[in-house]
Design a protein around this ligand. Structure first.
Ligand code: APR
Length: 236
C-alpha cells in the first residue's frame, strides 16, 4: 500500500504556463550560455549580466499562472493523508500559487534574496540589480539571487534524503534527469524499495530506472495520474 510519496518536479511542469525549459534550445537559457549566468564565477565576472537575467525571469513570473499539473499536485497535497513531499528544482512560485504546501525549493527561489554580507535570506520582488541594499544589514551590493548555481549545494538535502528513504512511491515530473543530485533521487528511492513513476514529454536520461513511464504533456498526464491515485486510495 502506498503511504509515503515523494514527487520531484522540473522545468517541464511549468512549460505549459509559458516558462521556458532549460535544455530546449541547445542548452541555452534565453540566449545565454549556462556558464555565463548560472555559476558563482559568472557572478563574480559579470554581476550586471547575471542580475539582468534573473531580474527578467522574476518579472516574467507576474505574466504566468499555474497550469492543471500544478493544480493537480496541490489537490493531492491537500487530500493525501500520508506523508507527501514535493521537491521542485524550479525557481518559480507556481506550485505554491496553486496551493501546494508540502514543498521544498531545492534550487532556490526567484522571489527570495540572499545577503552575502549578513547571510540572511528574505522575500524579494521586483528588480534586484547590482547595488541593492540589504534590508537587514543595510550594506549595498551584497544582495544576490537566492538561486543554487552550478557548483553550489542544493537546499534541504537532509530532509529530501530522509523522505526518499521512506518513500513508497517516487514520481518524477517534467525533468530531463541531467542535473545531479536530483537526477539520482530515483535510484535512491528505488534502492530503498519505492515504486517509481516518470511523467514527462519524452524519456528522460534516467528513464530506465522507472517502473512505470507516462509520456505526454504534464497538464494532461499529471491530473490523470492524481485522479487515479486518489480513486485507488479511496477504495483501499
Ligand atoms: N510536459 C511534461 N514534460 C515536459 C513538457 C510538458 N509540457 N515540456 C517539456 N517537458 C520535459 C522535457 O522533455 C524535458 O525532459 O521537461 C524536461 C525539462 O528538462 P530541463 O529543461 O533539463 O529542466 P530540468 O530537468 O528542470 O533542469 C534541471 O538544471 O539548469 C539546471 O537548475 C536548473 O533546475 C534546473 C536543472
Amino acid at each position: 500500500m502506498i503511504e509515503n510519496i515523494v514527487i520531484l518536479t522540473g522545468a517541464g511542469i511549468s512549460a505549459e504556463s509559458g516558462l521556458q525549459t532549460f535544455r530546449a534550445a541547445d542548452g541555452l537559457w534565453e540566449g545565454h550560455r549556462v556558464e555565463d549566468v548560472a555559476t558563482p564565477e559568472a557572478y563574480r565576472r559579470n554581476p550586471a549580466l547575471v542580475h539582468q537575467f534573473y531580474d527578467a525571469r522574476r518579472a516574467r513570473l507576474a505574466e504566468v499562472v499555474p497550469n492543471p499539473a500544478h493544480e493537480a499536485l496541490a489537490r493531492l497535497d491537500a487530500e493525501w493523508s500520508g506523508e507527501l513531499l514535493i521537491v521542485t528544482q524550479n525557481v518559480d512560485d507556481l506550485h505554491e500559487r496553486a496551493g501546494a504546501r508540502r514543498l521544498l525549493h531545492m534550487h532556490g527561489e526567484l522571489l527570495s534574496a540572499w545577503c552575502q554580507s549578513c547571510d540572511d535570506r528574505y522575500e524579494w520582488d521586483g528588480p534586484m540589480g547590482e547595488g541593492a541594499h540589504c534590508p537587514r544589514c543595510a550594506r549595498a551590493g551584497q544582495v544576490r539571487p537566492d538561486i543554487v548555481w552550478f557548483g553550489e549545494m542544493p537546499y534541504d538535502m537532509e530532509r529530501i534524503d530522509a523522505a526518499l528513504i521512506n518513500a513508497d512511491l517516487f514520481v518524477s515530473i517534467g525533468t530531463s534527469g541531467a542535473v545531479y543530485p536530483a537526477a539520482g533521487f530515483v535510484q535512491t528511492a528505488r534502492y530503498r524499495g519505492a515504486r517509481t513513476l516518470e511523467i514527462n514529454l519524452e524519456p528522460s536520461q534516467g528513464s530506465v530506472f522507472f517502473d512505470e513511464r507516462r509520456y505526454g504533456p504534464a497538464s494532461v498526464e499529471v491530473p490523470r495520474w492524481v485522479d487515479e491515485l486518489l480513486a485507488q486510495s479511496a477504495q483501499s
